[in-house]
Design a protein. Structure first.
Length: 645
């Protein structure tokens, strides 16, 4: 059985795509062929730090003091060698104005005590600064994740569906989580390196300016490695994260649909697809590994070469009497202190580029336009003054990702407090019409009116607070029964929750659960039957007490006896509310105030049940199909299945 292209083929296609400047389309945030510049990413990071900047500045100040104190250690080595351990110049060579003992042992004790105090002070100051930087990084981490989540939750529905839940979770978990690490990678550690570099160069200039010139040769090497290797890492790391996001999305989707996977015996195929994706990810990571090793090789050669050069030149100066042994040892120590932080920064460049690529992808997500972003601030709906009359004024709609109109010139008036039933074959636009009524989308042309005023004139969140939705494909959260019923009204009392469950005829089965209303029902309510999930959704809508109610085949998963009871409960709920009902079983909508029959995105019939039946049109044909028994099959042939339109 074929499982698709191999990881090698995918990797070759990936390399070819990287060398061709073509736009990519994926299930993630829009992919940019050119990453943002380093300066743009740093400015974005600095904006995100925002009010935390004073604390970060204070921690950088303590880091400066701690780093400068740490530079005293090599100087103490020179002092010990030249004035205590060796005969020349010895204690007698100390300046007379220094209030220090001239006895070697006393001087050694004094030096040891001084260095211990300096080291303890450096550690204490540095630890406080590092603690404050860590707090800043963690708060930034949480803040960026919160912003990314809040923004993603306000994206248009079609964009959220395109992103996929697993892929979006990958951006929120992995990419947004890297922003805090950049506080150390781009600010804290580079600042320490700069302070140590400048301080070390200043000390070297006092020892021997020729040694200083040799040390300065390190700077072009850093620039060359950055231009040659480091700048090429970020786009590849971005691709690595893109691939990982696809793997996460596939894994989430597979386990969410495990019943279907097992029903068609596709466990092996899905496992092979997962393995292929991970193999491609490993190949991309190996490409980054090779680029990173080039940097390591340069620095593994540079440090021994620099140390050998210092030893040769410094030893020659010592033999000639121009430098003391202490000077040579101090310079060697300072050279290592000069190279060590720079080496650390260069060696960690791959991780920095990975983190920058993550920030780049988060910024892509934050740059996406939010739902109805171009409409500005709108007044909130005064809930007490809303009657609930909905009208569609020559409404047409097309999905952004599809060609052709889904709804075409819809004209429909639904008086306040009345019930309209939407009937038609699959794909005729019933659900889209309800989505427009709920303002999940805005019309491509025309207007949706609430009490005679365009819905676009109001704040969308205040309008949705008036809605209640019960869908055929019920979505429940992984929490308790009580939490799911009270989802729309967190402040609801225990009596109100129990009352809603009783009215939805859900209390009976809830009390049979292990912990009653405190029973955890699992992801998407997996521990409940379809009918039980449906009743919880109805209880949730009952408790919300909506002004406008949308029922999408709300009783489809119930048996006949329970359905009759639910219809009675819904009847009480629907009396004083504007209701949109999508129904395939026409027997459930006989008493609707208005029935609208849709076909190919247009309303072809409207009227009450009796009126439409008398006309003998499409509605009457649908009803006839449902009530007429199919003819008996010929002998030896199976009975045909009956599919409701």
């Amino acid at each position: 059985m074929s499982t698709g292209p191999s990881s090698r083929q995918l990797y070759r296609a990936y390399l070819a795509r990287r060398s061709t400047p073509k736009p990519e389309t994926t299930g993630a945030a829009p992919v940019r062929r050119r990453s943002r510049s380093f300066a743009a990413l740093f400015r974005a990071l600095w904006r995100e730090i925002g009010p935390r900047r004073p604390m970060l500045a204070a921690s950088l100040g303590t880091l400066t003091i701690a780093t400068l104190l740490g530079l005293a250690m090599p100087a103490s080595t020179k002092f010990a060698l030249d004035y205590i351990l060796l005969d020349a110049p010895g204690p007698e060579g100390l300046p007379a104005w220094l209030p220090l003992p001239r006895d070697r042992m006393s001087l050694l004790w004094w030096l040891s005590g001084a260095m211990l105090c300096v080291t303890a002070l450096s550690i204490a100051i540095g630890m406080w600064g590092r603690w404050q930087t860590t707090r800043t990084a963690k708060r930034l981490h949480v803040g960026v994740r919160r912003r990314a989540f809040a923004h993603a939750a306000r994206l248009p529905l079609h964009r959220v569906q395109h992103l996929k839940s697993g892929g979006l979770a990958s951006i929120l978990r992995d990419d947004a989580g890297q922003a805090g690490e950049l506080v150390f990678s781009l600010i804290y550690n580079p600042w320490r390196a700069v302070v140590q570099l400048v301080g070390t160069l200043a000390i070297l200039a006092l020892v021997d300016w020729r040694l200083l010139l040799g040390a300065l040769l390190v700077i072009p090497t850093v620039w060359l490695t950055h231009r040659t290797w480091i700048a090429r890492l970020r786009p590849v790391w971005r691709d690595v994260r893109q691939t990982r996001q696809g793997i996460d999305a596939h894994a989430t989707e597979t386990f969410a649909g495990m019943r279907v996977v097992r029903a068609f015996a596709r466990e092996g195929g899905e496992a092979a697809r997962f393995t292929t994706g991970n193999a491609l990810l490993a190949r991309q990571q190996m490409l980054n590994w090779w680029w990173s090793r080039g940097i390591e090789i340069v620095w593994q050669l540079l440090i021994p070469v620099a140390s050998a050069a210092v030893l040769l030149y410094g030893g020659w100066q010592v033999v000639r009497g121009n430098l003391t042994v202490g000077d040579l040892m101090m310079f060697s120590a300072y050279l290592l202190m000069l190279l060590a932080p720079v080496e650390t920064l260069v060696m960690s460049a791959a991780n920095v580029q990975d983190q920058l690529a993550a920030l780049d992808r988060v910024l892509d997500l934050l740059d996406e336009p939010r739902e109805f972003h171009d409409q500005g601030a709108r007044p909130r709906l005064p809930a007490a003054g809303v009657r609930g009359a909905i009208a569609f004024d020559h409404v047409s709609y097309r999905y952004p990702s599809r060609d052709g109109l889904v709804l075409d010139d819809i004209v429909l008036e639904v008086p306040a407090g009345s019930t309209v039933a939407l009937v038609g074959p699959s794909g005729s636009g019933k659900t889209t019409l309800c989505n427009l009524a709920a303002r999940f989308f805005d019309p491509s042309s025309g207007r949706v009116l609430l009490d005679g005023r365009d819905l676009r004139d109001y704040d969308v969140r205040s309008y949705r607070e008036l809605l209640g939705v019960v869908e055929q494909d019920v979505f429940l959260f992984d929490g308790t029964v009580r939490d799911n019923i009270a989802y729309a009204r967190r402040e609801a009392s225990e009596a109100e929750i129990i009352g809603a469950a009783r009215d939805a005829h859900a209390e009976e089965f809830i009390l049979t659960l292990d912990k009653g209303f405190d029973t955890v029902i699992g992801e998407r309510g997996v521990r409940l039957s379809g009918g039980q999930r449906q009743r919880l959704a109805i209880a949730r809508a009952l408790l919300a007490d909506p002004r406008i109610l949308i029922l999408d085949e709300a009783t489809s998963n119930l048996d006949t006896q329970v359905e009759r009871l639910i219809q009675q409960a819904l009847g009480r709920l629907m009396r004083s509310r504007t209701c949109f009902v999508i129904a395939h079983r026409l027997s459930t909508i006989r008493h609707a105030d208005l029935i609208a029959v849709l076909e190919r995105g247009r309303i072809v019939e409207t009227g009450a049940h009796g009126q439409l039946l008398a006309r003998g049109g499409l509605y009457a044909a649908f009803l006839r199909m449902q009530i007429e028994a199919p003819p008996a099959p010929p002998a030896g042939e199976p009975a045909p299945s009956t599919i409701a339109p």
